[in-house]
Write a protein that binds this ligand. Structure first.
Ligand SMILES: *[C@@H]1O[C@H](CO)[C@@H](O)[C@H](O)[C@H]1NC(C)=O
Ligand SMILES: *[C@@H]1O[C@H](CO)[C@@H](O)[C@H](O)[C@H]1NC(C)=O
Ligand SMILES: *[C@@H]1O[C@H](CO)[C@@H](O)[C@H](O)[C@H]1NC(C)=O
Ligand SMILES: *[C@@H]1O[C@H](CO)[C@@H](O)[C@H](O)[C@H]1NC(C)=O
Ligand SMILES: *[C@@H]1O[C@H](CO)[C@@H](O)[C@H](O)[C@H]1NC(C)=O
Ligand SMILES: *[C@@H]1O[C@H](CO)[C@@H](O)[C@H](O)[C@H]1NC(C)=O
Ligand SMILES: *[C@@H]1O[C@H](CO)[C@@H](O)[C@H](O)[C@H]1NC(C)=O
Ligand SMILES: *[C@@H]1O[C@H](CO)[C@@H](O)[C@H](O)[C@H]1NC(C)=O
Length: 489
């Protein structure tokens, strides 16, 4: 009797909890063209007065053939550094570049500067502010395709170190940062060159972040919108002046849990070899690296056999581990486990949708609310579970289950995250992956919504009768429920 009870309980718990439990295989090798991460290309142009090089279709298709979908665009404006008003043709150059990024479904890391060498002058803060206000409509119009914005403007390469106008001081850094924070939407991050500047602006050499930092409120503070780009990554113990004090490396490891980090190398060293680079790319949660600079470092990664690994792991690499979906009445319940086998969490918001496809091929989208910006490798596996209601226009039918993780600001499926699995067939038109399961929504399942409370009550039996047999029965039920959670998986 008890044995029968055990198996009965096992069966029903399985049916209730795990009726649609599936597991997935991880893909560690395929290069996935995922947005806002990976190797990027730095593409420069001079101003309209000095042989400009607008982004061309051929540039874009060439990069795409190298699996690159992220451009760090540097607009040098040397001949305009004394001109308080940018000519319309300069604004058109910038706007057309953004249009080209959009046309090819790329993302952009913009940077504006006036100096390409420590010996070249920059512009005054008044001129910078004037140019920035002219650029504001273009930046705001295109903020959806901006991955992160690099602060630029001051000094050579916009790195804030040298300044012929002596605006390389904390007062002017703060002015520029505050302007950029207010111009760009709240959800976008601004990267500056070295930790010390952020530490000075916010008067703290300690990062507030660690792996257990609260998984809410990201980008709600100005602090959480300022990141670092290291343009001398892996050069030496201090990355040629990037780090100022010994704790700066740990500071960056902490900060990059919540704020995007990326950049380029500038010299080969014992730090840049594959063995150490693997450790540091993971430690600093590196999201993107320049594919062309420094050439010696990139070629050492190719000859050392770590280049493809980096191409796969820079930023996020999300895969499905398992999924369980069910329907009770019009409530679709799900419990889905993801892995992030990359180096960082996605740093801009992506919306997860469940898709229900009926027998006629019509897809019903169910938007879920989970914030992928907290999905660091350290907290993997990440399990999301909840219920969502089907709206009354969803007809009774059998539904195949799909899932997609897409940029909520852009409609092209190119801006959806391709999951790193071998068995979740991806639809490049819709961005949906298969969840390898289906659910039956019919008049009977709708009625079970009413029946559920009764079932729930009977399992919390009255504690008044404490005979040995009911205790045994109860134990048997609990064991069954627990084993089913393990076995049905
Ligand atoms: C800008 O002004 C500075 C100082 O007046 C001058 O030295 C420099 O030649 C000017 N540069 C350009 C490009 O006009
Ligand atoms: C904003 O973008 C649209 C296309 O997305 C374009 O037609 C318009 O000219 C842009 N405005 C500015 C100020 O760039
Ligand atoms: C910006 O730098 C200039 C030149 O050094 C200086 O005169 C000015 O006070 C600085 N502005 C602020 C707000 O600190
Ligand atoms: C955040 O930055 C904005 C834009 O510069 C500024 O208006 C606001 O006061 C800042 N908020 C805090 C809390 O410092
Ligand atoms: C990094 O985070 C750890 C853990 O919270 C903390 O102990 C440490 O002070 C942080 N380090 C820096 C430099 O911010
Ligand atoms: C998650 O990713 C890490 C890093 O690649 C890997 O070691 C681990 O086995 C993965 N876990 C699962 C369940 O896929
Ligand atoms: C992708 O989805 C669209 C829209 O549902 C569908 O028409 C198309 O057949 C799908 N493609 C594949 C390869 O399944
Ligand atoms: C609804 O689905 C359940 C579960 O598969 C099935 O037992 C039942 O017969 C179906 N009811 C109708 C009316 O189709």
């Amino acid at each position: 009797m008890l044995v029968r009870l055990f198996f009965l309980a096992l069966f029903f718990t399985c049916a209730l909890l795990q009726s649609n439990y599936v597991t997935f295989s991880r893909d560690d090798t395929t290069i996935l063209l995922n947005p806002e991460r990976g190797f990027y290309s730095e593409v420069e142009t001079q101003s309209v007065l000095e042989s400009p090089q607008p982004l061309a279709d051929s540039d874009m298709s060439d990069l795409l053939s190298q699996n690159i979908v992220l451009i760090q665009r540097s607009w040098y404006m040397k001949a305009l550094r004394n001109t308080s008003s940018l000519p319309t043709s300069q604004l058109q150059l910038v706007a057309k570049d953004f249009a080209m990024i959009r046309k090819y479904n790329f993302k952009i890391i913009p940077r504006f500067t006036y100096s390409q060498d420590p010996t070249e002058p920059d512009a005054s803060m008044a001129i910078i502010q004037s140019h920035l206000s002219q650029l504001t409509p273009i930046l705001q119009n295109n903020s959806d395709i901006i991955a992160v914005f690099q602060a630029g403007f001051i000094g050579s390469y916009g790195e804030w170190y040298y300044s012929s106008n002596n605006i390389n001081n904390i007062g002017n850094y703060t002015l520029l940062i505050n302007s950029l924070l207010s111009i760009l939407p709240q959800d976008r991050v601004i990267q500056i060159r070295v930790p010390q500047y952020k530490q000075q602006i916010y008067n703290s050499i300690t990062s507030p972040y660690n792996v257990n930092s609260p998984a809410t409120g990201i980008r709600s503070s100005n602090y959480s919108r300022i990141g670092i780009h290291d343009d001398c990554f892996l050069a030496d113990a201090y990355d040629q002046g990037t780090f100022n004090i010994d704790t700066d490396r740990q500071w960056l490891a902490n900060e990059s849990l919540r704020i995007p980090f990326g950049g380029e190398s500038c010299a080969t060293s014992s730090y840049s070899v594959c063995g150490n680079a693997k450790i540091d790319l993971a430690k600093f949660h590196m999201s993107f690296v320049n594919i062309a600079y420094f050439p010696g470092v990139i070629s050492s990664w190719k000859s050392g056999g770590c280049f493809n690994e980096f191409a796969n792991k820079l930023g996020y690499r999300l895969s499905l581990i398992s999924a369980s979906t069910n329907i009770n009445g019009n409530q679709v319940s799900y419990s889905i486990a993801f892995n992030n086998s990359g180096y960082a969490a996605p740093y801009n918001a992506y919306q997860i949708h469940l898709g229900l496809v009926n027998s006629a091929g019509v897809v019903y989208n169910l938007p879920l609310s989970h914030d992928v910006r907290y999905w660091t490798p350290e907290v993997s596996p990440i399990v999301i579970s909840s219920t969502v209601s089907l709206s009354s226009n969803v007809p009774f039918d059998s539904y195949r289950m799909l899932i997609k993780v897409c940029d909520p600001l852009l409609s092209s499926a190119s801006y959806c995250i391709k999951l790193a699995n071998t068995d979740t067939s991806y639809n490049a038109t819709t961005g949906y992956h298969s969840l390898k399961s289906s659910i039956l929504y019919n008049s009977t399942t709708l009625q079970t919504q009413v029946a559920t409370p009764t079932v729930a009550q009977s399992s919390t039996t009255s504690p008044s009768i404490n005979s040995a047999s009911t205790l045994l029965a109860k134990t048997s039920m609990i064991v069954a429920v627990l084993s089913s959670i393990l076995l049905c998986m």
